[in-house]
Design a protein around this ligand. Structure first.
Ligand code: C5P
Length: 232
């Protein structure tokens, strides 16, 4: 299991300074909507400039018509990021077209789809999708698997079930992690800790606010990485 640190801070300067403090840590970095819209594609080079071994997850959650998604996927892959994602609700035709567009690339990024956002509780999810989280997340995951993608974004509570119904090698990346047990949930609903993520065979955990809100963000990251290593 790998830790992916979300760079969602209020300014580019703060994101860069957090990344610099983590330059010797074995972590992935997540560039999300806030940073990409504000700071532009050069943020990827800046982060790689800090440590070329940093792996970058571009979390833009594409949702559009198939051709537009495939065009955008190609552009994201050309930025040299190691992972990006789309919404599974964009459908199998769009997801297949994305993967088809990347198939000629030598080192294509890992591609995930978002199933059910971790900020949804059951009633909020039902209002949009008319189905339970477990049922719909699983059907989205099967669509994603059949489209040739590498895995899904889901909560810890769907991870194991998704692997059992697709393949053990089908990746799960789980936000909504509150590693220290005492933090605020913020807008997340389906939260879990590191032990639960490990028991549910999550491949990546994403952590943002519990790191920035810690007195010492580097120490918080080191704590999380040590806890992950202790589980091995
Ligand atoms: O601060 P926190 O740890 O809640 O951050 C979680 C990060 O993961 C945010 O950047 C959020 O955009 C992202 N994310 C999520 N749920 C998803 C997909 C991504 O929370 N399903």
């Amino acid at each position: 299991m790998k830790l992916c640190v979300a760079l969602d801070l209020p300014s580019e300067k703060e994101n860069i300074s957090l990344a610099r403090s983590l330059k010797d840590c074995d972590v992935w970095l997540k560039v999300g909507l806030r940073s990409f819209v504000r700071d532009g594609k050069n943020i990827v080079n800046e982060l790689k400039g800090i440590n070329n071994n940093f792996k970058i997850f571009l979390d833009l959650k594409l949702y559009d018509i198939p051709n537009t998604m495939a065009d955008a996927a190609e552009s994201m892959a050309e930025l040299g990021v190691e992972m990006f994602n789309v919404h599974a609700s964009s459908g199998k035709i769009a997801m297949k077209m994305v993967m088809d567009r990347l198939k000629e690339m030598k080192n294509r990024p890992i591609v995930l789809s978002v199933t059910a956002l971790t900020s949804f509780d059951e009633s909020g999810f039902w209002a949009v999708y008319n189905q339970s989280i477990q049922e719909k997340a699983l059907s989205f995951a099967k669509d994603t698997y059949e489209s040739g993608m590498d895995g899904v974004v889901c909560s810890v509570y769907e991870s194991l079930m998704i692997k059992e119904h697709t393949s053990g090698g089908f990746l799960t990346l789980t936000p909504g992690i509150r590693p220290f047990g005492s933090e605020e949930k913020d807008d997340q609903k389906r939260v879990a800790d590191i032990k639960a993520a490990n028991e549910n065979k999550c491949d990546f955990i994403v952590v943002g606010r519990p790191i920035y809100h810690a007195k010492n963000p580097l120490a918080a990251v080191e704590d999380i990485v040590n806890s992950i290593n202790a589980l091995k």
